[in-house]
Ligand binder design. Structure first.
Ligand SMILES: O=C(CO)COP(=O)(O)O
Length: 258
């Protein structure tokens, strides 16, 4: 049985300017410094305009906090107004990049083919994609949530070699639980996360599936994180709203202390 280090990542979405980002990361670093948090990996997914400031702080103070972006262009460079490329993110030493977040799928019409191209762009430039998947409410109500989510996993990883896929992070984020306060029950989240691991075993191997970290995201808070993290196939959380409050995010990172 492989041991997977939990990954607790804050997705700031379109919040915190670069000055607020510096203050926020400083608070996180201070609050996490008094105790060894090696057992949990902590990351922030910041707006593009914050990344240089976050990099300077993390490098300068040798912080263990990892950082990354919330999107990546499928293209390496050129006439793509408003886009940010993999080489640009790599130059800023980003570790992670979220790909296929439901808000990108919904508001920017990202299809599985686009998401797949972005996953490949991330690997091409040494970034680890956090591939976001999950169903809308009507899909869950129709009982098709597992099938729908697994199709997104398969589409996102299409033609990806095992050497790459073994380091992917998959975030299961049921759309109806995002920003709504409606957390998916821990057993329901486990059901889908276990199915995702099963799909990875089918696509690659059980050994690879056992290595991949699968996060849950959707209204995660300090009050529900321990129950979610107790599930065998859930290896971390992708936290939106609650990651903007440094005290609350620190409590989430320290879910084991509860
Ligand atoms: O979308 C999310 C993280 O990517 C979840 O957002 P909330 O934690 O605000 O529900």
């Amino acid at each position: 049985m492989t041991t997977r280090t939990p990954l607790m990542a804050g997705n700031w979405k379109m919040n915190l300017n670069h000055l607020e980002a510096i203050a926020h990361v400083q608070k996180l670093a201070f609050a996490l410094a008094d105790k060894d948090y090696d057992a949990v990996e902590v990351a922030v997914l910041a707006p593009f305009t914050d990344l240089r400031s976050v990099q300077t702080l993390v490098d300068g103070d040798k912080l263990k906090i990892k950082y990354g972006a919330q999107d990546i262009s499928a293209h390496d460079g050129g006439a793509y107004t408003g886009e940010i490329s993999g080489p640009m993110l790599a130059k800023l030493k980003c570790t992670y990049v979220a790909v296929g977040h439901s808000e990108r799928r919904q508001y920017h019409a990202e299809t599985d083919a686009i998401v797949n191209a972005k996953v490949k762009a991330a690997y091409k430039h040494g970034l680890t994609p956090i591939l976001c998947v999950g169903e809308e409410l009507d899909v869950r109500e129709a009982g098709n949530h597992v099938e729908h989510t697994l199709a997104q996993v398969e589409g996102g990883l299409k033609d990806l070699a095992a050497e790459q896929a073994e380091s992917v992070v998959i975030a299961y984020e049921p759309v109806w639980a995002i920003g709504t306060g409606k957390v998916c029950g821990a057993d329901d989240a486990q059901e889908v996360c276990a199915a995702i691991r099963g799909k990875l075993a089918e696509l690659y191997s059980q050994e690879l599936a056992d290595k991949v970290r699968i996060q849950y995201g959707g209204s995660v808070k300090s009050g529900n994180v321990a129950e979610i993290m107790a599930k065998p196939d859930i290896d971390g959380a992708l936290v939106g709203g609650a990651s903007l409050d440094s005290d609350e995010f620190v409590k989430i990172v320290r879910f084991r202390d509860q």
